[in-house]
Design a protein around this ligand. Structure first.
Ligand code: SF4
Length: 236
């Protein structure tokens, strides 16, 4: 049984879901929700910003890029209802962080154990690419999540933009990074500076661009989460 929500998490989620600070993204997410994809024409679309999802006492944080137009922008839960989510939750399940390997909708019973999934931008962007000013405007939400995840010991970033966005948020929340500054390379890991001993793992994003081309395989993605699980199984 999960502990009751604390007011600060509830408030944060309310603030995220109500946000309209990026006009381009507000217009896009709402247009997608009105027009819908043919396959989902009978389902309601969320069409709003998407808050982080998972265990508020997590030691592992996963940071993606932004909701997919017909994935999280439809279902209202991070990485839920799209192909990227199928890959991510499969890897989380195999590594013991999730109770099921698929993530189809908010009522599917998926529970994350010791893991919390978030992103550097909360609204579905055109062409899956939030602009730099939109990422910056959205950063306070990730900073607030990092500050609230007081037991963090590991972070997995999915993709190069998520790495950069996460590092900016991390520095704001926890202080300066240890040199050398982490550079993007799938499978690389770094000890982050700032408060607490936290290890950063870097992965390609499980986007179709990467999974269709074979740049990222299931084995590669599962491997990253297995390493994070091994680290967390050791005493801090
Ligand atoms: S991307 Fe972030 S800051 Fe911009 S409107 Fe969405 S929730 Fe607000």
């Amino acid at each position: 049984v999960s502990p009751p929500e604390t007011p600060s998490w509830r408030d944060l989620e309310r603030r995220i879901v109500a946000c309209r600070r990026c006009p381009r993204l507000v217009a896009h997410r709402e247009r997608i929700a009105r027009e819908k994809r043919r396959a989902f024409r009978d389902s309601p679309y969320w069409g709003r910003p998407v808050a982080g999802f998972g265990d508020h006492r997590a030691e592992l944080l996963i940071v993606g890029l932004a909701p997919a137009a017909h994935g999280a922008n439809r279902t209202g839960r991070m990485f839920t209802g799209d192909r990227s989510g199928e890959w991510l939750y499969d890897a989380l399940y195999v590594a013991g962080f999730a109770n099921r390997l698929d993530s189809t909708n908010r009522g599917d019973g998926l529970v994350l154990r010791n893991a919390f999934v978030s992103a550097i931008a909360r609204c579905a962007p055109p062409d899956n690419r939030p602009a730099p000013d939109e990422i910056e405007r959205c950063r306070p939400f990730l900073v607030a999540e990092i500050e609230s995840l007081t037991r963090l010991r590991a972070v997995v970033v999915l993709g190069r933009m998520a790495l950069d966005g996460f590092l900016a948020a991390w520095t704001e929340a926890r202080g300066p990074l240890n040199p050398p500054r982490p550079r993007f390379r799938h499978g690389a890991s770094f000890a982050l500076g700032g408060r607490g001993a936290v290890t950063l793992f870097i992965s390609y994003h499980p986007s179709q661009q990467n999974t269709f081309t074979g740049r990222l395989t299931r084995r590669m993605l599962r491997g990253v989460f297995r390493r994070a699980a091994t680290l967390l199984a050791q005493q801090p």
